[in-house]
Design a binder for this molecule. Structure first.
Ligand SMILES: [Mn+2]
Length: 346
C-alpha cells in the first residue's frame, strides 16, 4: 500500500488508556483515513426500507458509541495501531436517501391499496442504481490505494457497490452472510435494489462463487426456490442450528461445517438482525431467535484459523433507538470485525 506518513509520530502522542478526546475519530483513535490500513466507509442509505426506518442514522450513532470501546482486543492485540479511520459519509448518497423516503412511503401506500405507481418505482430504482455506482467507485478508489475497507450501512442494499467493485477487479470470493433473512428476492415490492434482494443481486456478479447464509429464520417460498436451484448457495437456518445444539452438537462443529462451504477468499456481510434481537431491538426488521454475540465472533474468528482470507466486510441495519444500546452493540461488533480483517491480512 501507499507509504503511510507519520503513523509512528501519531502513535507516540497517543495514549490508548486515556478516554477519547473530542477530536478523536472512530474508537477514539487519532488516525486520518490516509494514515490507516483499514478505512471504514459509512453509507447513510435506507431508501427502500420496508418496515422500521432509522438505519440511515446508524453510522453516526455507531461512530459516537465507538468512542467508549476499550482498545485491547484479544483477537489481535494492538492491530488497531496499523490505523483505523472512518470516512465522512458521501453526502450526495445521504441526501438522495432522504429525498427518496417520502416517495417510497407514498409508493408503498399505493401498493397496499393495490396500485403500482410506476413513475415513483422507476424514480426509486434509478436512485438505487445511482447509489450503487457511487459506492462502487468510492470503494474501488480506496481498494486501489491499498486500504482494507469495512462498510457501515445503512440498510442491507448498501454493499452491492462493494461486491461489484471486487468483482470488476477480478476477485473471486464467497459471501458469508449473517442475517435473519435470506435477502434472495428478485426485486421486493418492485424495487430491484431492495435490502431484501441484496444476495439475489450479488449472485448475478461474476466474482461471487458462493453464498453461505447463517441465522436465517424469516423467508418466503420464492427464496426457498432460489436456494434449491443455485448450487452456490448454502443456507444454515437458525432452526436447524438451534436444534442441532439442543441435541448436543457443539457450535464449533457447526462452525466447521459452515466454513467448509466457503472458498479461499471471503467477504463477510453482517446484517445485525442475524443476532438475537435483544442486541438490536431497533433494527429495521427484527425476528426472534438468532445468534448470540460470542457465537458470531467465534464464527468470524474461525475463518482465520481455517486460513480463509477476509477480503472485505460490511455491517448493516444497525439503527439507533431512544437509548444507545443498538449503536453500542454495533460499535463493539464493528471493532471485532476490524480486528478480524486486520488479523486475516497480517
Ligand atoms: Mn439482510
Amino acid at each position: 500500500m501507499a507509504k503511510v506518513k507519520n503513523l509512528d509520530e501519531v502513535l507516540k502522542n497517543f495514549n490508548p488508556n486515556d478516554p477519547a478526546s473530542d477530536s478523536a475519530g472512530v474508537f477514539g483513535l487519532p488516525f486520518s483515513p490516509d494514515q490507516s490500513r483499514l478505512v471504514l466507509y459509512p453509507v447513510e442509505w435506507e431508501a427502500t426500507v420496508s418496515y422500521q426506518s432509522g438505519t440511515a442514522k446508524g453510522p453516526a450513532a455507531v461512530l459516537e458509541a465507538s468512542k467508549q470501546v476499550d482498545l485491547y482486543d484479544p483477537i489481535a492485540p494492538n492491530a488497531w495501531k496499523q490505523g483505523i479511520a472512518m470516512l465522512k459519509p458521501n453526502k450526495s448518497v445521504s441526501s438522495l436517501s432522504k429525498k427518496m423516503r417520502p416517495r417510497v412511503e407514498k409508493y408503498l401506500d399505493g401498493l397496499t391499496a393495490g396500485k403500482t405507481n410506476k413513475i415513483i418505482l422507476s424514480e426509486v430504482n434509478e436512485a438505487c442504481v445511482w447509489m450503487n455506482n457511487q459506492v462502487r467507485s468510492d470503494i474501488r478508489a480506496l481498494l486501489n490505494k491499498g486500504h482494507l475497507v469495512g462498510m457501515l450501512g445503512g440498510d442491507h442494499s448498501t454493499p452491492m457497490g462493494y461486491f461489484a467493485a471486487l468483482s470488476a477487479m477480478g476477485e473471486e470470493f464467497g459471501i458469508l452472510q449473517i442475517d435473519a433473512h435470506c435477502d434472495l428476492r428478485n426485486a421486493y415490492e418492485g424495487f430491484t435494489y431492495s435490502h431484501a434482494s441484496i444476495m439475489y443481486n450479488a449472485l448475478q456478479l461474476k466474482g461471487v462463487k458462493a453464498l453461505v447464509q447463517v441465522g436465517i429464520r424469516d423467508y418466503c417460498e420464492e427464496e426457498m426456490n432460489v436456494i434449491n436451484s443455485d448450487k452456490r448457495i448454502s443456507t444454515f437456518f437458525d432452526r436447524d442450528l438451534k436444534r442441532a445444539q439442543i441435541q448436543g452438537k457443539t457450535w464449533k462443529s457447526l462452525v466447521d461445517a459452515i466454513i467448509k462451504k466457503l472458498p479461499a477468499k471471503v467477504f463477510i456481510s453482517f446484517d445485525i438482525d442475524g443476532l438475537d434481537p435483544k442486541m438490536c431491538p431497533n433494527t429495521g426488521t427484527p425476528v426472534p431467535g438468532g445468534l448470540e454475540y460470542e457465537q458470531a465472533i467465534y464464527l468470524m474468528e474461525s475463518l482465520i484459523k481455517a486460513k480463509k482470507k477476509i477480503i472485505g466486510f460490511d455491517l448493516n441495519e444497525v439503527a439507533p433507538g431512544k437509548d444507545e444500546w443498538d449503536a453500542n452493540v454495533g460499535a463493539r461488533l464493528l471493532f471485532k470485525m476490524c480486528h478480524i480483517i486486520l488479523k486475516s491480512n497480517a
